[in-house]
Design a protein around this ligand. Structure first.
Ligand SMILES: C[S@@+](CC[C@H](N)C(=O)[O-])C[C@H]1O[C@@H](n2cnc3c(N)ncnc32)[C@H](O)[C@@H]1O
Length: 199
């Protein structure tokens, strides 16, 4: 018998992630990326941001607790640049050093304690002056009822506490208001796109 985790169930029940364009936060940060480098995409989903950086010539470690098998869709020449692993970010070893760590629409699914652990591990694995590209939705009950995945509404102040605690600085912070394709409620959600840099 195959036992699915909550996220595998959510995807098999029709949970959708964007497939085409990279995340807004990546477009915001485009101007100051290194030409090449090492990237970690945490909660990569179907790999839209992973593919974006691989196309730029970066080496990308991509992790997610679901294997959406996106590697079979990507151009063959990019395969040597992408290393996907099915694992929770809470169990990942973070042994490499990265120029950029992506957390796109991930942190609203982690508890405060899990988030603290993630920031601790991620910042210890970031090169000096390296970036964390973070986007999340801070309001709304969203996916729980429809897909059975817990969603937490972390206030911006919590993220800013982690910024101080883990020696980061805010480079860009953009507040938005959007309704995602998979939202199961009608209100708009407050979203944040945040570029952080390790001091
Ligand atoms: C809303 S999707 C975002 C996917 C992708 N980052 C994007 O922006 O298109 C959230 C993803 O986080 C993954 N995820 C949730 N909890 C995780 C965890 N503890 N470790 C790794 N991935 C996780 C889910 O499986 C899902 O693919």
């Amino acid at each position: 018998m195959i036992i699915m985790n909550d996220w595998e169930k959510a995807y098999s029940n029709g949970f959708l992630v964007d497939t085409e364009k990279p995340s807004e936060v990546i477009k915001l940060a485009e101007n100051f990326f290194p030409k090449s480098g090492n990237v970690l995409d945490i909660g990569c989903g179907n790999g839209r941001n992973t593919i974006y950086f691989a196309k730029k010539g970066c080496f990308v470690d991509a992790i997610d607790i679901v294997d959406l098998d996106f590697l079979k869709e990507i151009p063959k020449e990019l395969l040597s640049l992408v290393n996907f692993k099915k694992i929770s970010c809470l169990d990942y070893s973070f042994t490499s050093k990265y120029d950029i760590i992506i957390m796109a629409r991930l942190i609203q699914y982690l508890t405060v304690d899990e988030l603290d652990l993630l920031f601790k591990k991620a910042t210890s694995s970031l090169k000096k002056k390296g970036y964390i590209l973070l986007s999340y939705s801070a309001t709304g009950k969203m996916v729980y009822e429809k897909y059975g995945v817990n969603k937490y509404n972390h206030p911006l102040s919590l993220i800013l506490n982690f910024v101080n605690k883990y020696n980061l600085q805010v480079i860009t912070l953009k507040e938005g208001n959007k309704v995602g394709v998979h939202l199961s409620y009608k209100e708009d959600a407050i979203t944040y796109d945040i570029i952080l840099q390790l001091l």
